[in-house]
Design a protein around this ligand. Structure first.
Ligand SMILES: Cc1cc2nc3c(=O)[nH]c(=O)nc-3n(C[C@H](O)[C@H](O)[C@H](O)COP(=O)(O)OP(=O)(O)OC[C@H]3O[C@@H](n4cnc5c(N)ncnc54)[C@H](O)[C@@H]3O)c2cc1C
Length: 477
């Protein structure tokens, strides 16, 4: 830093940053509130500035200045993350870089089946762009109308199709990122094969903005499966759900795209809180499995496969009953039951969320043990649902009726969460399957990851971001 730079006051640095983005790129006082708190209202912060850059050059200039003058940079996408990663602390020594103005489609390569988009592109817009070419970007989740590609990659988002297509990491062929020193790493060649050293772009996937700012990515696209069937089954137990799924995967030759578990308690919350939802069954079932099969081969009779699966499931006493959707409208209605669960929990007053994963074969053991642990501990209401097809269960706890979530949390959340996370890790699983670490699970990362992993993560962080300006205090320091 030369003498002139050294004398630059913080105010002058911030003024300079505002000049870089221009008036359209500055979020003014009265509009700042939604950017300063997280989706669930758990974290609130303050920021010296909230900027919306419009180009990678602007991002690079701002980050380079932040690095020189020790200003923390909080990357922000749709701000739908569940771990507080996109919320600044309250010191006012940090700025938010919100990517929503950088949402251009840079290139569509139909032959390569790829799309290059800027990080601020909203997930559902990406879906629509792909569909115009009869292709799909298969990653989808309940927040699709708000979350952005940069956020999805930074959290290595999962969602409802991981079973078939993998999580965000598996769906990106390269990216562009601004490093903490302002340099731009550009790997947008869209190559499906490139064995030339370390996977540098891959470092930024799942890093939650702690290593740099993702500004664009090459996304992998797949043929649109015109042939699809959705069914909802009543299963006798979670063990039966897993056994059934194992067989269904083989019998359908890998055509299952999604397999989502819904417990009675979660369904009841949806029926009570989300208008227009109906129980698909006339019996009260404890365990339900929503299954979607899809293929682009039009002559494959998916309905016949589902009917055969159903028959075998009933004979082997895994399934009690089932409904195959008769129309697109009914498919949407079935999916609404599953996708509305987070909103239904919110309307019930909110929940203590756990986003664990274990091997699919160990899901029943996890659930049995976790329920027993908690039954002996405190009164609570459970909401268990999630991506059972990839071993990711949302094991959420609500306070008993009449008790405020805040009181429940203050008294029990820490111990409850510790019990649930200890159990999943004891079973060889993860304490954070798809939501990331952010600020919420930073202590857990230190507790559950091996010393070797923590040291390696710190070495990488310090090598790439020696001044700790990128999302400081999140994930790892
Ligand atoms: C109703 C609902 C359903 C959800 N369902 C799922 C689900 O099924 N699966 C799932 O995985 N998640 C789910 N989520 C969580 C959330 O939507 C995802 O984590 C999503 O990927 C976050 O994207 P975002 O753009 O909102 O990121 P943000 O919340 O803005 O940011 C998340 C993290 O990424 C960093 N970041 C954001 N943009 C960038 C960038 N350009 N460069 C570098 N770092 C960046 C932030 O600093 C932060 O640490 C759900 C959330 C809601 C509200």
């Amino acid at each position: 830093m030369d003498l002139k730079e050294n004398l630059m006051s913080t105010k002058a640095v911030l003024d300079q940053m505002q000049l870089i983005v221009g008036r359209r790129g500055i979020v003014k006082d009265s509009d700042t509130a939604p950017y300063l708190q997280d989706e669930r209202g758990h974290y609130f912060g303050k920021a010296a500035l909230i900027l919306k850059p419009a180009s990678v050059e602007e991002c690079s200039q701002i980050i380079s200045m932040a690095n020189k003058f020790g200003v923390g940079v909080i990357p922000q996408g749709g701000n739908t993350g569940y771990c507080g990663g996109a919320t600044p602390f309250d010191s006012k020594k940090q700025i938010i870089l919100n990517l929503s103005r950088m949402n251009n489609l840079r290139e569509f390569d139909e032959v390569n089946s790829t799309m290059t988009v800027e990080a601020g592109a909203v997930l559902s817009t990406v879906h629509a762009l792909a569909e115009k070419h009869d292709l799909i970007f298969p990653l989808s989740m309940g927040s699709k109308d708000t979350c952005q590609i940069g956020g999805v990659l930074s959290t290595n988002g999962g969602g409802i199709s991981v079973l078939r297509y993998g999580s965000a990491r598996n769906l990106v062929l390269g990216l562009e990122a601004v490093l903490p020193n302002g340099e731009v790493l550009s790997d947008l060649n869209g190559l499906r094969k490139d064995n030339t050293g370390y996977d540098l772009g891959g470092l930024f996937v799942g890093a939650e903005g702690t290593l740099g700012l993702i500004t664009a990515a090459v996304l992998k696209l797949y043929p649109k499966p015109h042939n699809r069937e959705v069914a909802i089954f009543g299963v006798t137990s979670t063990q039966s759900a897993c056994d059934f799924l194992g067989r269904a995967e083989r019998l359908s030759d890998g055509r299952i795209v999604s397999a989502e578990y819904i417990s009675r308690e979660s369904l009841n919350m949806v029926l009570a809180n989300i208008p227009g939802t109906l129980d698909p069954f006339d019996k009260t079932l404890q365990h339900m499995l929503l299954v979607e099969l899809a293929t682009s081969e039009i002559d494959t009779d998916l309905r016949k496969i589902l009917e055969q699966l159903f028959e075998e499931g009933v004979i082997s006493k895994e399934l009690i009953t089932g409904v195959i959707a008769e129309s697109g409208q009914q498919e949407t209605a079935f999916w609404k039951l599953r996708e509305s669960i987070p909103e239904a929990e919110r309307r019930e007053g909110g929940s203590v969320k756990h986003d664990i994963s274990v091997r699919i074969s160990q899901v029943p053991e996890f659930l049995d043990k976790a329920k027993k642990l908690l039954d002996n501990f405190i009164p609570h209401r459970l909401s268990v649902f999630g991506h059972i097809g990839d071993g990711n269960i949302h094991f959420n706890l609500l306070p008993p009726l009449g008790v405020e979530l805040g009181v429940f949390k203050d008294e029990f959340a820490h111990e409850l969460t510790e019990k649930v996370h200890d159990l999943s890790v004891q079973l060889g699983g993860s304490f954070s399957a798809e939501h990331g670490v952010g600020i919420l699970k930073r202590d857990e990362l230190l507790k559950y990851k091996s010393r070797v992993s923590i040291n390696l993560m710190r070495t990488i962080k310090r090598a790439i971001d020696p001044n700790n300006i990128m999302n400081p205090g999140k994930v790892i320091e």
